[in-house]
Design a protein around this ligand. Sequence first.
Ligand code: BES
Ligand code: ZN
Length: 645
Amino acid sequence: MKVTGSLIFFAFMLGLFVIACRNSSSDNAKGLHPTDVTATTNGARDAHSYSNPEQVRVRHVALDLDVLFDRKVLKGTSTLTIERAQAGADKLKLDTQDLKIINVLASSDGTGFAPAQFTLGEVDKILGAPLTIQLPPQATKVAIEYETSPNASGVQWLEPAQTAGKKYPYVFTQSEAIHARSWIPLQDSPAVRVTYTANIRTPKPLRAVMSAGAKPFNAAAEPGQTGYAFDMPQAIPPYLIALAAGDIAFGPLGARTGNRTGVYAEPVTLDKAMSEFEDTEKMVEATEKLYGPYRWERYDILVLPPSFPIGGMENPRLTFATPTVLAGDKSLVSLIAHELSHSWSGNLVTNATWRDFWLNEGFTTYLERRVIEAIYGREREEMEAALALQNLKKEMEGLKDADQILHVDLTGRDPDDGFTLVPYEKGALFLRLLEETFGRERFDQFLKGYFERFAFQSITTDDFIAHLKKNLLDPNLQLAAKISLEEWINKPGLPANAPQPQSDAFAKVEAQAKEWLDGKTAAAKLETKQWSTQEWLHFLQSLPKQLTANQLKELDKAFGLTKTGNAEIAHQWLLISIRNNYETAYPRLEEYLTSIGRQKLIKPLYEELMKTPAGKERALKIYAKARPGYHPIAQTAVDKIVKKA
Ligand code: BES
Ligand code: ZN
């Protein structure tokens, strides 16, 4: 005990010393040298990684990969630059999932590589298999030759038919939360920040893009191939490494500040995407004004094919986005405000472990709303916040107490399970309460200081709380008395003083709904002309669960709901249609479920179908057709829904 105690103390002091030295380096500001407050400096361990950064730490990843569409495989080498965090440490432990490890080599100077011994451990269903590499004493680089499995959880391979253009295959990665290890062997913990470079070869004429800067390619590509080169000189957590390849075109957006924003999309989608996202540069400027400079040079958006399993992913310099936000009227661009905001909360200041996920998503949801308010006004912000609060309350009703907690315990579980509205909306409400309590000016200053203080670091909930106390609560004790940290961070449900975002516009929508339900006004005569997407969503959500066949017919006839091109409105309408067995909508339901793979939009529809025997039959029939087009993550999720009962 004594020995361990003093060892821990020694390690702790060493940690403090290292942090102090690093923070004084001016390179830190640009993130050129990683400055990790590791998950272990304050006792927290990452329950979702086998890696051993406290002994040997990966600093840089150099990828060299061929994109092999015919085999659905990424094949090549990942060369890791390592540093001894503990003198004499002789083993490097990496995370892998479904990787075929062909060979491992080590080098002391980056030139002479000699074979190194390695063992691949037992496979855990969630965490994958640890790859343990025996390090020669002087080794500074380790090269791993490997290939991915066609079923890699973080990679989706699309046939031409699954793309918008239908002509070429497409591939993309989705690394968050712990899927980077399914396409790169590395220390897959958000506390292990790395810089990265990549050489990627694709068959002509397909283009590769990554979450990094593009560089001229100088390694030889085979005839029929094109080589792309990338460089991410800022230290990022591994879940932000991302790659896509396909028939991808580029269009610049807004030349206001040095042409730093643009859109990548399949050629048939590009024009629509460019006009939908025309406010992007304005959003970057609004966020900078609130929280300090955008630190990642470019901000581009990649619009993926419709099977993209999530709404958006904040891959640095290149947000990945679902095409289901292309509504034609910019009404769903809060998704862009969200992913852009991650450039501060998440990518600059990162959750050290997945239990601290709310530091990424709660902060980002709060920032997103501030950006929406700055650009589209308070009323739009209020509508989005009010919708979100309704959804949070509804979802929490079905969650165990343990899953209603911000600092959630995910040990032994797949961190993708933490993907509920709790870290997003409860987290955002907590920050909103801080804003309302301490005043917007003081709170904005606080947040700006927080991003500055922890830039390019990965931090835990405790790190945040210590910073919050020191810089906001302790200097304002009277106001701080209104905030119960314990309740917000460690207790289920919403504290009694949680903000209750409300919208006047929604009150009017409810009044219109009542007019119709009471039979006083026909649907076609309701005052809906000026309604935004958010008002439509609220209208549909506020209707009673049971509607008659005639009521459904009337709504559909008046508003063309079955054929709406807005994916969110269609989703709400299809839910209502299933619930009330409105058969007219079933062909659209099938078309919807077989053409879109975004989980948030498809999972609730399958869940609703599974509630009746006839619905179950329909669900199974549609799913048999739809499943091959879904992402591996979405397949796993929908499998669970249709298998039970
Ligand atoms: N970082 C998340 C996506 C994510 C979270 C992927 C956890 C894997 C595991 C992203 O920023 C996000 O929150 N996307 C949302 C959209 C947003 C507008 C709430 C989504 O995909 O629905
Ligand atoms: Zn997010």
